[in-house]
Design a binder for this molecule. Structure first.
Ligand code: ZN
Ligand code: MG
Length: 442
């Protein structure tokens, strides 16, 4: 029933209503769509809608502005979009047009984007607070200042004028943190497609292949399931796995290498984010397995903390404690567990946090801390668990056999009313499972 999957019009309407309610009756909320971006000369990057705009409208086009005016009698939900233009549409694809935006996208009213300078100042009248993403698009910032100045000069004395400018993110991103049932469905789909992609890469593994060939396998599966890469796929063999944002993917993979693949599909706007690290031959060497097992143990410790009511930070703390203890036992760290945790000595090998929110953005929005304290996990939150261990070739302070190994194991987890659900459960995770899976495919 993949074709029936998606966010329904009533859910978009509910999101807008909830946001307007938290903004209050004297507010106005203004959200521009993402602009087209030039890739080279007159060709553009594939278009990706702005996540906030998409979350509130499901409207796929550029050149639009969504305006929410809570309590406005003649319509609260307004869209400025491009007019239909058959000549342009024959080149660039179809447009919805203002009529279609009202008929098919649940807008109360829609206007040509060309009329926004005329209409928007009037909408600001009587509104004291403006919610907007300041600083994201300097050109649009200037437009907004222009409209505000215009309404100042036009307005009667007894009229309320916008005098408070507020960051839209605080309200909207808190809302986006809690995923609905239909959002979880889409995220589960993104996760399933990503699992298939990682399985295809493991199947294609053989010494002598290039990193980009494995990337091609992964992304072929994404496209074959109507998905895109949610971010630049990372395929790092050997020491390249120690470069956290390695996306060159150019190297030839040697028989002794582990390969780290961090790649996730984006499906209907929602991201998955999976990392697996496997031996290109399908069999771990001894030192590789010792470190991989340690990362697995850290992953399990973090996952055990993924329950409603526990602090978000507890997952990272649990993972770091297991990793640090293991590194001490292997002689890779010196001193005591408490000492290393306190002074951050473990950071030499464990360089990133264990979790981030996941949703329309791969590093999804919303705060991790509230009033200086880690927030508690609640049903509907989705995040990654991704402990990692990196010992670069250049680290001459450790015995040579440990060098040039980077390992990360990353899964996507949704919190439910009583526990968690690993959306990426279908993919081999432990060293044993990976060897078994690769042997079967071999
Ligand atoms: Zn991640
Ligand atoms: Mg990742």
């Amino acid at each position: 029933m993949v074709s029936a999957m998606g966010i329904k019009a009533v859910e978009y309407a509910r999101r807008r209503r909830q946001l307007m309610q938290s903004a209050g009756e004297d507010a106005i909320l203004i959200l521009p769509a993402a602009p087209m971006r030039v890739r080279s000369n007159d060709t553009y990057y594939p278009y990706r809608q702005d996540s906030d705009f998409w979350y509130l409208s499901g409207f796929p086009e550029s050149g639009c502005v969504l305006v929410l005016v809570p309590g406005r009698q003649h319509g609260e939900v307004l869209l400025f979009c491009r007019e239909r233009d058959l000549e342009r549409e024959a080149w660039d694809g179809s447009r919805t047009g203002p009529e279609g935006a009202v008929e098919n996208h649940g807008m109360d009213d829609a206007y040509s984007i060309d009329d926004i300078d005329e209409i928007l100042p009037g909408l600001l009248e009587g509104r004291s607070r403006v919610y907007y993403h300041f600083g994201r698009d300097p050109e649009f910032d200037l437009k907004l200042i222009g409209w505000v100045n215009r309404v100042r000069t036009l307005t009667r004395q007894d009229m309320q004028l916008p005098h408070e400018f507020l960051e839209l993110g605080h309200l909207l991103h808190e809302q986006r943190l809690f995923k609905s049932r239909d959002e979880i469905k889409l995220m589960r789909r993104a996760a399933e497609v990503s699992v298939l992609a990682h399985q295809a890469a493991m199947r294609a593994a053989r010494p002598g292949i290039h990193e980009y060939e494995l990337q091609a396998e992964v992304e072929r599966v994404f496209r074959a399931h109507d998905a895109w890469p949610a971010y630049g796929s990372i395929v790092g063999a050997g020491n390249n796995a120690c470069i956290l944002h390695y996306i060159d993917n150019t190297a030839r993979i040697r028989a002794s290498d582990l390969v780290l693949i961090d790649a996730g599909a984006e499906y209907r706007g929602y991201a998955a984010d999976i990392t697996r690290t496997f031996p290109i031959t399908g069999r771990f060497r001894k030192t590789q397995r010792v470190l991989h097992d340690l990362v697995s143990a850290a992953h399990a410790a973090a996952l055990a903390q993924a329950r409603p009511g526990l602090p978000f930070a507890a997952m990272h703390e649990a993972a770091i404690e297991v990793l640090t203890e293991g590194l001490l036992q292997l002689g890779l760290l010196r001193g005591t567990l408490a000492g290393n945790l306190k002074d951050g000595g473990y950071k030499r090998f464990c360089r990133h946090k264990t979790s981030h929110w996941l949703g329309l953005d791969v590093h999804d929005v919303a705060e991790y801390r509230i009033n200086g304290e880690s927030r508690l996990l609640e049903s509907g939150m989705v995040f990654t668990i991704e402990p990692g261990l990196y010992i670069p070739l250049s680290d001459e302070t450790v015995p040579a056999k440990w060098r040039g190994i980077g390992i990360r194991t990353e899964d996507d987890v949704a919190i439910g009313p009583d526990g968690h659900d690993v959306l990426t459960q279908g993919l081999a995770r432990s060293a044993d499972e990976i060897e078994a899976a690769m042997a079967m495919q071999g």
